[in-house]
Design a protein around this ligand. Structure first.
Ligand code: FAD
Length: 519
């Protein structure tokens, strides 16, 4: 009896709350007692947060779609609403930093929690069709069953297909294959008008390009067709150290310039990071050495005169059948580099273990309660011509000797990025990703607090502005239209026109705060 009462009370609550924002006609269209529509407190609470843990924004409803048509019904209900509609945001794995997937007082569509399908692989076509909410780790597991794998990755695989394609999706393979958005063959998209459109380079190409890197502004990706290649069995993973920034970047740029060479004459992945603190080569992002036996910089005789060391990280993929020749191939490539001679560290592991490396670090941090903390991350694209100025002013200047997390730095080739996509990158042939992946600890010292790190991010952005370093934010976060206009530069007009065409009522991804909304 009590259970029945609670059930009917919660159904009433559902009807009232949904009714407040949607109105009776929309309720009918949505099917208000839809089992995948939730007003459950824990669902609302979880959809109010994200990985950044720096902002909260509460939706009225959480929806778990099974099909593109479910997504379309929700969007249409808002688009057609005589009462003015409501915000709708696709939420992948909620791994944004600044509330980009939130929908204040609207509907959060949890793309990863309802769909029952599995990624469908075409061996003949060398592609996989994945649901927009699918995690990349599940795409990988599925494609490996066919001996295939996507070509371009992010460092961490517990991110959704739609979430990374709305940004770019980059990692150490991007110099060779471009970002993930350069490896998409076709999309199914639910536009802000509730239309379900299949688009590609050939068909409805304007929508296709707009959605890739489009920050969720033009449509919700329900299916992505992703290009595949034969999956290697193993990975040789190497790190080398530098105390000289010019040698470090010179070598990184040399390595990415080999992208046109045959597979055996280049590395498959090129990244790097900066070490300004602790003197350890390990960091949470990648467990390279045994955690019980971290390698101390001081033990290597690799001290840095000016306070920073740099590490290039490369990999070469191979199959067991080529195991005999892998040492020689790696050696041939390393011999052209100028790292500190005693600092070559090598490990070898199965392909999936390499790609899934950050998840191991996640589990470790979770076990120490260090994963669910605030993450004031700052990701910047820095043009090659100014990367040395950035090093002087930021790595050797503003950061001091504490970073509160890994700092990645690696270059990529602009010609691997489709100029038509919505993503914004610097206007130089080679540009760097600099990722300051920091965690704030309220009970740490002053330099680890959220306030301190947020201020430091602002100081870095101010420094770039004052020095005229034309950086572009990756995973951008701005709060005014002027800042967004500045971010997009010459792409702004097209971005705005695409918004008018595909989401004229400004329903989608309002958490990005790019366009004014009425809600
Ligand atoms: P969400 O945070 O849920 O959504 C992000 C944005 O995309 C929102 O605006 C949302 O509305 C929109 N969106 C979500 N799904 C869809 C969809 N189906 N259709 C349309 N719009 C949608 N990025 C890299 O490029 N390389 C990395 O190596 C990398 N490593 C990371 C490691 C960690 C530990 C974390 C937390 C993030 C990392 N990222 C990396 C950033 C990541 O790509 C972005 O945060 C991305 O947005 C996360 O995907 P998500 O599925 O959680 O998206």
């Amino acid at each position: 009896m009590a259970a029945k009462l609670i059930l009917s009370l919660s159904i009433c609550r559902l009807i009232v709350a949904v009714g407040l924002i949607l109105g009776p006609a929309e309720l009918f269209r949505l099917g208000f007692d839809h089992p995948r529509l939730s007003l459950d407190e824990s669902d609302l609470e979880s959809a109010s947060r994200d990985f950044g843990l720096m902002s909260r924004s509460r939706p009225r409803v959480v929806f778990r779609p099974r099909l593109a048509e479910d997504v379309a019904r929700v969007v249409r209900a808002s688009f057609d609403s005589p009462q003015g509609g409501f915000p709708v945001s696709a939420m992948g794995h909620a791994h944004s930093i600044n509330g980009q997937a939130h929908a204040a007082n609207g509907v959060v569509i949890r793309m990863g929690e309802g769909c029952v399908g599995v990624p469908a692989v075409s061996e003949a076509g060398r592609y996989v069709d994945a649901w927009g909410g699918e995690l990349w780790i599940d795409v990988l597991r599925r494609t490996l069953e066919h001996g295939l794998a996507p070509k371009s990755w992010t460092d961490y695989l517990y991110l959704s297909v739609g979430g990374t394609l709305s940004n770019a999706g980059i990692s150490g393979q991007a110099f060779n294959h471009g970002p993930q958005i350069s490896n998409v063959l076709e999309l199914d998209v639910v536009t802000g008008k509730g239309d379900v459109v299949t688009c590609s380079q050939e068909k409805d190409s304007r929508l296709f390009h707009a959605v890739l890197g489009g920050l969720g502004q033009f449509g919700i990706i329900t299916r992505a067709r992703i290009a595949l290649e034969p999956a290697p069995q193993r990975v040789r993973w190497i790190r080398v150290l530098y105390s000289n920034f010019t040698s470090f970047t010179g070598d990184q740029e040399h390595l990415i310039s080999l992208h046109g060479r045959p597979a055996t004459e280049k590395f498959d992945y090129v990244e790097g990071f900066v070490i300004v603190d602790q003197g350890l080569i390990n960091n949470w992002r990648s467990s390279f050495f045994s955690p019980l036996n971290p390698v101390k910089i001081s033990s290597l005789g690799a001290s840095s005169g000016d306070g920073a060391l740099y590490c290039i990280e490369v990999t070469m993929n191979y199959n067991d059948s080529a195991a005999d020749s892998i040492d020689q191939k790696v050696e041939d490539l390393l011999k052209d580099l100028n790292f500190i001679p005693t600092t070559v560290f090598t490990t070898d592991l199965p392909y999936i273990d390499f790609l899934d490396r950050v998840h191991k670090a996640e589990l470790k941090l979770r076990s120490k309660n260090l994963w669910e903390v605030s993450h004031p991350w700052l990701n910047l694209f820095v043009p090659r011509s100014r990367i040395a100025d950035f090093d002087e002013g930021v790595f050797k200047g503003i950061l001091g000797n504490k970073t509160s997390g890994p700092i990645l730095i690696y270059p990529t080739n602009r010609d691997k990025w489709d100029r038509e996509s919505s993503v914004v990158i610097p206007d130089e042939d080679v540009f760097y990703l600099v990722a300051l992946l920091r965690s704030a600890l309220e009970d740490g010292d002053e330099t680890q607090t959220l306030d301190y790190l947020t201020n430091q991010n602002q100081r870095i952005l101010n420094f770039c502005r004052e020095q005229g370093i034309p950086v572009k934010q990756y995973l951008p976060h701005y709060t005014t239209t002027e800042e967004w206009r500045d971010h997009f530069g010459e792409k702004w007009e097209r971005f705005r026109e695409n918004k008018m065409e595909y989401d004229p009522r400004h329903i989608l991804s309002t958490g990005q705060r790019i366009f004014e909304t009425r809600f």
